[in-house]
Design a protein around this ligand. Structure first.
Ligand code: ZN
Length: 190
């Protein structure tokens, strides 16, 4: 145990009790932190999942939480192909959450351009599965653009041309070579 000189320099005082108080304070702080985490996991997270808006296209949702990662919710009514598509879609969002981290993921969700890129990637992953099963690529492209325009950005916050370009970018990576721009209605004006 370390001794420190008293103010008058003639006596020394043990610091043991002070150190014990410090240790108790640290233990109390750690216990409080653990309690906060437990409360978050048991109460806040389920509550957040409960209020999480369900996607209009997939009947599912992914929440990206700091320190926890992706949390997912799926409607019980999903069946067969719907269930598969929802799992593919939310699986992409879960990967985005891990890739970007909760903070950057939230920033992207908060802007139309950022959300467009996230959703285009998820919808194109769905389209890629259908493409491998023989679905027509042009039809899949049109359907993906239409879905984003009507069900995600019906407020007009993103121009249809921007949506088509985002889908072209995202789908070309998972479906294959890009479609001719003219066939997408994206040919530049002369
Ligand atoms: Zn989505």
């Amino acid at each position: 145990m370390r001794l420190i000189p008293a103010p008058n320099g003639n006596e020394a005082k043990r610091v043991g009790p002070d150190r014990a108080r410090l240790v108790r304070a640290i233990l109390t702080a750690v216990a409080s932190l653990v309690l906060m985490v437990v409360v978050s996991v048991l109460i806040v997270v389920p509550a957040a999942l409960y209020v999480l808006p369900i996607s209009p296209t997939t009947g599912s949702a992914t929440l990206c939480l700091p320190g926890i990662g992706p949390l997912q919710r799926f409607q019980n009514s999903l069946r067969g192909g719907q269930d598969e598509q929802a799992n593919i879609h939310e699986g992409v969002h879960a990967g985005q959450c891990r890739r970007f981290g909760a903070s950057l993921y939230a920033q992207r969700v908060a802007t139309p351009e950022g959300r467009l890129a996230l959703e285009a990637e998820a919808l194109c992953a769905e389209a890629a599965v259908l493409s491998r099963r023989g679905a027509d690529r042009q039809s899949l492209f049109d359907l993906t653009v239409e879905t984003l325009a009507v069900q995600y950005f019906s407020d007009g916050s993103v121009a249809r041309r921007e949506i088509a370009l985002a889908v072209d970018e995202a789908c070309s990576q998972v479906i294959g070579a890009r479609l001719p721009l003219a066939s997408q209605g994206l040919a530049e004006a002369p």
